[in-house]
Structure formats: C-alpha cells, structure tokens
Design a protein around this ligand. Structure first.
Ligand code: GRF
Length: 228
C-alpha cells in the first residue's frame, strides 16, 4: 500500500534547469495536482533540475545519451528505465532529445511535451529568436501529445504571449516560461482528473473534441485549486 492513493503515476524527463518539473512538483506538493511523481530522469548527469528532485526525495535516474552507439539503443535503455516506475503519463519537461518512432509508439497516448512556441509555428530550437525574427505579433507555448514528428502530435493547450517591440529572445523567453509553469500543470491535471480521452478519431476534453487546442491569453490560465 502506497500513500499515493489514486494519484496519477508520472515520470518526468528533463535535460537541464528543470523549472517546468519544479512547477509540477510545487503544485503536487500543495495538493493541487493529483500526481505521484515516481521518478525524474535525465539524459544529462549535470541537469540542474536533478538536484531539485534529489532535495525533494524523488528517485532520480540518469541515462546518458553519450554512452550509446545510436538513438535506438539509447531510447531502449531510456524506456527500460522509465518502465521500472510504471507511469501512466510520461512528461517531457525540457527533455532535449529527438525520440525514435519505436519509443514514441511504446508510450502512445501517454507521452506529453511542452514546447515554447505556438505550434505548428516554430518547431525545433531557438523558438523565441525565430518568432522575433519572423516579425510574429505573438508567441507562446504549447502542450501536446508526442508523435513521430519533432514537436508534432495533437496540441491540447496553448498560451499566447504578445511580442513587444523592445523584446529580445531572453526577455520573451522569460515571459513565456512564466506561462509554461502554469500551462503544463493545468494539462497534467486534466489527465490526472480523467478529463482527457483519447479516441481513435479525436482527443476529447470533458467529452468535447479538441480539434483546436484550448487557448489562453497571457495571464489568464486558471490556477489549480487546492484539493480539487
Ligand atoms: C522550456 O522552455 C520548455 O518549453 C522547453 O525547454 C525549456 C525547458 O525549461 N521544451 P526548464 O528546464 O523546464 O526550465
């Protein structure tokens, strides 16, 4: 018997700072996010977020991509490590590795990613600089289910952030990141609350088709309610 009750078992993958992981941890600790964070995994031994996880007393594992001959071998080892913790949801929270189709299929419907752009605009890296360079009036972040395409898969929710004339990539990234810290826990709580259903024809939230992501303006993401 664990103390986690009916909490959704999750494993979180990070590659660096881990501030999105920390946002999930904080909400889980205050009882607003109904998840059992079973482990935090990284492909980098120096990922700063691992220290946060250790301090929180969470199991930490490192599977260094450098130690493997190819992507397939790394992904296999990573999946074996994840599966030890038997998660219902695997959350990529700043996990900077392209994953193989085999890996993605193994976690079909239970692999979630946060990406700092309004997908399908700007998949890949350097999204903040690219959004500014493109003259976009707005930027933001997306939480999506992962498929075989890089930053592909159905987008469940987005937050839009206006780009100001004086913005540079660092300032813009900071404003987007603050919103990410609210958007990711919100979507994870949708899963924890059993509100997301994956049907063959569509993803549904509370029974309604998500043909378009749920979209929030900057500052309008509803806070999670404690004990909800
Ligand atoms: C975030 O901007 C996330 O959207 C992207 O990588 C960054 C990770 O930041 N995938 P952190 O490690 O969560 O602080």
């Amino acid at each position: 018997m664990t103390t986690s009750g009916t909490k959704l078992p999750v494993v979180i993958l990070i590659s660096g700072r881990g501030s999105n992981f920390k946002a999930l941890l904080d909400q889980a600790r205050r009882g607003a996010l109904n998840v059992d964070i079973r482990a935090v995994l990284s492909n980098r031994v120096d990922a700063a977020g691992l220290e946060t996880a250790r301090k929180a007393g969470l199991p930490v594992r490192v599977v260094e991509h450098k130690g493997f001959d190819d992507r397939a071998a790394f992904d296999k080892a990573l999946a074996a490590c994840i599966d030890e913790f038997d998660p219902a949801l695997v959350i990529l929270a700043g996990f900077m590795r392209v994953l193989t189709a085999e890996f993605v299929h193994h976690y079909d419907g239970r692999l979630l990613n946060i990406h700092p752009s309004l997908l399908p605009r700007h998949p890949g890296l350097d999204t903040h600089a690219r959004a500014i360079a493109a003259g976009d009036p707005e930027h933001g972040a997306s939480v999506h289910l992962v498929n075989e395409e890089v930053d592909g898969g159905p987008v469940l929710a987005q937050v839009r952030v206006n780009i100001h004339p004086q913005d540079d990539p660092v300032r813009l990234a900071a404003r987007v990141l603050a919103q990410e810290h609210q958007l990711l826990p919100l979507v994870v709580e949708w899963f924890a609350g059993g509100r997301i259903r994956l049907d063959p024809d569509a993803v549904r939230l509370d029974g309604n088709r998500l043909d378009e992501p749920v979209c929030f303006a900057e500052g309008s993401i509803p806070p999670l309610t404690r004990g909800a």
